[in-house]
Design a protein around this ligand. Structure first.
Ligand code: AMP
Ligand code: MG
Length: 323
């Protein structure tokens, strides 16, 4: 089990929500969790499940993750997304996922856009893309609209993994997909799952989130992937309106939701739109897709909506519950 979470990604991404979830969740539990580590989607995933048939269920979950990775990897010839970017029409499962991504994009007023592939490539943030550089305005406005489901892949994988663990007879699980966490079922002792939320500035935790199963906790942060040119930092969360790195005043956004796809996409969208608009969207979606947020602002505040989040008193931020 990796100890230094900041170095966990092979790709060098810094994590926001940690595998420490497993430790918090597992310690002292009467029955032991079974665990599996999977490398896929450019990240390290740690799956941990309870129940008699947990081992077999984890094997099936691993196969499903590889299947989805092969389907969604835009840069891999032969993937379904690659085919769509070379003239094929999206079909079946991919068409459904794309329709949902488009629906979320509309709900987020365009802050999430599953067709940013061409723009991401220009910045060198695409899958298999070239060097990092700052593109010209002309290049940005002429970028092809290529399908890129990088903003929902982990959320969808989290959902599918939970389905498969349930079908396989697991009774509870913590699925850490490289910082995004899916919680399924119950711990053997019936207590709440506890997930540590990482400080985007490094260092310690922002706090601990207590949650029941059936929740996805996705974090996007502008610190995760970036490059510097002439002293300016350019990160990988792009504002679809400008094609440039979002400047919303947020450093990171954690979204907690019953749907993994929504949680994953909304975390990205919230980073693009900023705190005020995020809270408005939350109110607008309260009836159809309720979700909670934990936002870290560039000026050192943590704004959170969820009852189950306990900020760490010594985290160095001004923490405020908002509605
Ligand atoms: P995450 O790290 O979960 O926030 O996902 C970010 C990934 O989503 C990036 O690596 C891109 O592939 C893609 N992406 C970046 N900005 C956007 C956006 N505004 N809408 C949709 N996808 C995006
Ligand atoms: Mg995400």
């Amino acid at each position: 089990m990796p100890i230094d979470m900041r170095r966990k990604h092979v790709s060098g991404r810094t994590l926001a929500v940690l595998l420490a979830a497993l430790l918090l969740a597992g310690c002292g539990a009467p029955r032991e969790a079974r665990a599996k580590t999977v490398f896929a989607m450019d990240t390290v995933m740690n799956l941990s499940a309870y129940g008699k048939s947990a081992d077999a269920a984890l094997e099936a979950a691993e196969r499903e993750i590889y299947r989805l990775d092969a389907m969604l990897a835009r840069g891999v010839e032969g993937s379904a997304v690659y085919a769509c970017n070379h003239g094929a029409a999206p079909e079946g499962e991919l068409a459904e996922l794309l329709a949902l991504a488009e629906e979320i994009g509309a709900a987020a007023d365009g802050a999430f856009d599953p067709y940013l592939g061409g723009v991401l490539d220009l910045w060198g943030f695409g899958s298999g893309a070239g060097e990092h550089r700052v593109p010209t305005e002309t290049e940005l406005s002429e970028a092809p609209r290529l399908l890129d489901l990088g903003g929902v892949a982990k959320g969808y994988a989290g959902q599918r993994v939970c389905d498969i663990l349930r079908e396989g007879g697991a009774t509870g699980a913590v699925v850490d997909l490289g910082g995004d966490v899916a919680l399924f079922g119950q711990k053997p002792d019936g207590s709440a799952w506890r997930v540590a939320v990482k400080d985007p500035a490094g260092g310690a935790y922002l706090g601990v989130l207590e949650s029941e199963g059936g929740r996805y906790i996705a974090t996007s942060g502008v610190y995760e992937r970036f490059f510097e040119q002439n002293g300016v930092r350019y990160h990988h969360i792009l504002d679809p309106r400008t094609g440039r790195p979002a400047e919303s005043g947020l450093v990171s956004a954690t979204v907690i939701c019953e749907s993994g796809v929504w949680a994953d996409a909304l975390a990205t969208a919230v980073c693009v739109m900023g705190a005020e608009q995020a809270l408005q969207m939350r109110a607008a979606l309260a009836e159809t897709t309720p979700f909670d947020v934990i936002l870290v602002t560039a000026d050192g505040r943590v704004l959170y909506t969820c009852e189950g989040f306990a900020p760490d008193a010594g985290n160095g931020y001004a923490c405020e519950r908002v509605f």
